[in-house]
Design a protein around this ligand. Sequence first.
Ligand SMILES: [Fe+2]
Ligand SMILES: [Fe+2]
Length: 305
Amino acid sequence: MATAAPSPTTPATYTAVPLEGLAGREQVPFPLYLRTADNVWVLYRPSASVVDDGHIGRLVAEGVHNLYIRDVDRDAYFARVEKVIDRVLLDRSMPLERRADVLHGVAVRVADDVLAAMPDQAVLQRAQKVMMATSGLLLRESQGFRAVRRVMGASHGLATHSLGTSFLSLGLARALGADAGTLLQAGLAGLLHDVGKVGHEALDHDPEHAVRGAEYLRTLGLPAAIVEAARSHHERIDGSGYPGQLTGRRIPELAQIVGLCDQFEEIYSQQEPRVGVYDALRILAQLHRGAFAEPLAQAFVRLFR
Ligand SMILES: [Fe+2]
Ligand SMILES: [Fe+2]
């Protein structure tokens, strides 16, 4: 099976990747490695090889459940598996944490592209695919949210903030018993809630971004719930929010979900010095008492138990 050649002499670090998603008609644009029992990486296929189902079948028959890529090839790898991310996440031969790592790598690339400029239909379709795969994972795996949350770190910019808000919104919607369709909307709404900031990133205070974003999403034909979540994610049930100073149930539920997750993500990732999840929850409760509906806040806290 493997073409056992020594690993390259340049020092490299390697990442395990699931076998799922590697086979296909297109060449794999990076080398693949096997790890031996002695913790040595040997070349399995050089860059630009074609890997087919036969190769994968033989690896599985020999008890191999993942290959390794060099860390420098991670971006190329995530680009390749993006198209089949749903299948990768279904591959139970790989630990959930490792699949969540792959999901995170793919999702960061997509979030970067979604928010690099005002998104078009093509990039929205990519986002939709990632969110469908993520919601599928959360619906199937009882520890899905924990795994997804584990890979969320400090956000540094609009794309990572939006992705963090998206994953949290998916988790909260799931905890509230949302069906698959609503989960998908929660993920997309979280990812797109600040799209009105694109092109205005330099502004420190930009309250118009909510309306600007909503109007843009409406022109793209996105579902009303996603449009209204963008418009109303800064509304607070005590009327202290904007743009409409809406109160209570006049704020659409998805906007409340995204609004809470957005606020938490900001506290968790931007607090200096860094704080843990429980401190961030405490700060959220202290600074925003009365701003969020109690059942929502309680479900959110339970997510982290
Ligand atoms: Fe916002
Ligand atoms: Fe935000």
